[in-house]
Design a protein around this ligand. Structure first.
Ligand code: URA
Length: 436
C-alpha cells in the first residue's frame, strides 16, 4: 500500500477501508508515514468527511496502535468523557462516586485544550499525585480503589498523540470525524464496557450551537457503539462555568468541598448525577436512571465517594491525609481578591470562554503546549446566571500571582459578566440525551 494513494482517494471523496486506516495509523507510529502525509490526510478528511463505518475503522486503527487494556474484575469497567468546558470538575467527583457504586473507572484524561481546563492539570496541583503512572499502577489503583484518573501515556493510542499534534498546527482540529476518532481511540484503549459522554454546548464549549453539539454527540455515540462499547451522550449547557471555580487548585478544592458536603454547587451536582445514573444504567447496574441517581446520591451522603477519592489520591502517590488537610497541600496564590460588578442587579449572561482565557492569562493554562502552568491561580466563588449581586456580593474572587495580574483578571471577569435589572429566563442545564 502507498500512503499517497490512500490520501488521493480521500482527497477525491472516496470511501476508505479498514486496512487503509490501519496502514496509515501504524505507519505514523512506525515512522513509515510522514507528518506531511498525515497532515494531508487530515485536511482531506476535514474537507470530504467520512462515513460512520470509516470513522469506526479509523478509531479502531488508532486505538490498536498502542496498548488495549483488558480487565478481570468483579464489576463492569466504565468511564465518562467531557468535550471540555470551563469550571468542569465533574470527573473529580463522579469517578469516586461510581467506584462506590461497584463499577471500575480507569479514567484516561487530558490536559487543558484551548480555553478549557483539563482534569490532569487539576490533579497536578496535588503534590506527589502521579498523572502519568505506568500501566501496572493504573491497574492496581483501579482494582484496589475502584477508580484511577490518569493521563494518556505513550502506550495509549500513540497514533492519536502524533496526529493530534499535527492537527493542532495544520488547522484540522475542527473536524467532527477526526475529533470523534481522537477522543474515542483513547477511551476505548482503556477496555471499557460502557461510556457516557458529556457533550458541552454554549459559549464556553468548542461546540457553541446545539446543532454542532448534537452532530458531535451523535457521531461519538454511533462510533463508540459501532466499536463495541455501550455508549450514550448527554448534551449539557456551557453558557456559564459549571462549578463556581475555574482554574486548577481552586477546582480541586471545590471538588473536595463537594465530596465532603462542605459546599455543593447545584449545577455540578445535576450533571454528575445525570451522567452517573446514565452510566450505571448502561453498565447494567441499575434498571433505570431514577435508581441510578439514588445510588449516586447515596455514594456522596454515605461518605463512601470521598473515601474513594482519598484512597485514589494516596494510591497514585499523593498525601494520605489530602482530604483532611487539603489547604496545607494545595498551592495558594499570593493575591486573593473579591471582584464586584459595576452595578447592582442580576447576572444575566456570562462570556464563559473569556473566563477560561482569563485563567490562561493568569498563568493557569497554556498559550503553547510547552508552557508550564501555575496551579494556584484562577477564580473561585463565581456568581452564576440569575444570581443577584451588589456592593456586598461579589461576582467572583480572583487568585493571582501579583497585583497587576489580579487587576487584569478582575477587569476580564467584570467584562465577561452582564448585569441586568431583571432575572434572566432559566436555561435548561441538561439539554438532550442521545441514546444509541
Ligand atoms: N479532544 C481530543 O482528545 N481530541 C480532539 O480532537 C478534540 C478534543
Amino acid at each position: 500500500m502507498l500512503a499517497q494513494e490512500i490520501i488521493r482517494k480521500k482527497r477525491d471523496g472516496e470511501v476508505l477501508g479498514a486496512s487503509e486506516f490501519q496502514f496509515l495509523m501504524r505507519g505514523l507510529v512506525d515512522g513509515k508515514v510522514s507528518n506531511a502525509q498525515a497532515a494531508a490526510f487530515a485536511m482531506a478528511v476535514y474537507f470530504n468527511g467520512m462515513e460512520i463505518d470509516e470513522r469506526i475503522a479509523l478509531t479502531v486503527a488508532m486505538r490498536d496502535t498502542g496498548d488495549v487494556l483488558t480487565w478481570d474484575l468483579d464489576g463492569p469497567v466504565v468511564d465518562k468523557h467531557s468535550t471540555g468546558g470551563v469550571g468542569d470538575n465533574v470527573s473529580l467527583v463522579l469517578a469516586p462516586a461510581l467506584a462506590a457504586c461497584g463499577v471500575y473507572v480507569p479514567m484516561i484524561s487530558g490536559r487543558g485544550l484551548g480555553h478549557t481546563g483539563g482534569t490532569l492539570d487539576k490533579f497536578d496541583s496535588i503534590p506527589g499525585y502521579q498523572t502519568q503512572p505506568d500501566v501496572e499502577l493504573l491497574r492496581k489503583v483501579t482494582k484496589d480503589v475502584g477508580c484511577a484518573i490518569i493521563g494518556q501515556t505513550g502506550d495509549i493510542a500513540p497514533a492519536d498523540k502524533i496526529l493530534y499534534g499535527i492537527r493542532d498546527v495544520t488547522a484540522t482540529v475542527e473536524s467532527v470525524d477526526l475529533i470523534t476518532a481522537s477522543i474515542l481511540s483513547k477511551k476505548l484503549a482503556a477496555g471499557l464496557d460502557a461510556l457516557v459522554l458529556d457533550v458541552k454546548c454554549g459559549n464556553g464549549a468548542f461546540m457553541a450551537t446545539p446543532n454542532d453539539a448534537r452532530e458531535l454527540a451523535q457521531s461519538l455515540v454511533k462510533v463508540a457503539n459501532g466499536a463495541g462499547c455501550k455508549t450514550s451522550a448527554i448534551m449539557t449547557d456551557m453558557n456559564q462555568p459549571l462549578a463556581s471555580a475555574a482554574g486548577n487548585a481552586v477546582e480541586v478544592r471545590n471538588a473536595v468541598d463537594f465530596l465532603t458536603g462542605t459546599h455543593v454547587d447545584n449545577r455540578v451536582w445535576d450533571v454528575t448525577a445525570d451522567l452517573g445514573a446514565e452510566l450505571l444504567m448502561l453498565a447494567g447496574v441499575v434498571p433505570n436512571v431514577g435508581q441510578g441517581r439514588d445510588r449516586i446520591s447515596a455514594a456522596f451522603t454515605s461518605g463512601e465517594a470521598v473515601e474513594r477519592f482519598a484512597a485514589m489520591v494516596a494510591g497514585l502517590g499523593g498525601p494520605v491525609d489530602f482530604v483532611d488537610n487539603m489547604l496545607k497541600y494545595l498551592p495558594a496564590a499570593p493575591v486573593v481578591r473579591e471582584v464586584f460588578a459595576e452595578t447592582d442587579g442580576f447576572v444575566r449572561a456570562i462570556e464563559t470562554r473569556n473566563i477560561g482565557l482569563a485563567v490562561i492569562e493568569l498563568g493557569g493554562g497554556r498559550r503553547v503546549s510547552s508552557d508550564t502552568i501555575d496551579h494556584s491561580v484562577g477564580f473561585s466563588d463565581l456568581a452564576g446566571v440569575g444570581q443577584m449581586v451588589d456592593r456586598e456580593e461579589p461576582i467572583g474572587v480572583v487568585h493571582a500571582l501579583n497585583d497587576d495580574q489580579a487587576n487584569a483578571a478582575a477587569a476580564a471577569l467584570q467584562d465577561a459578566v452582564t448585569i441586568s435589572d431583571t432575572a434572566p429566563m432559566n436555561r435548561p442545564l441538561i439539554r438532550e440525551h442521545i441514546e444509541p
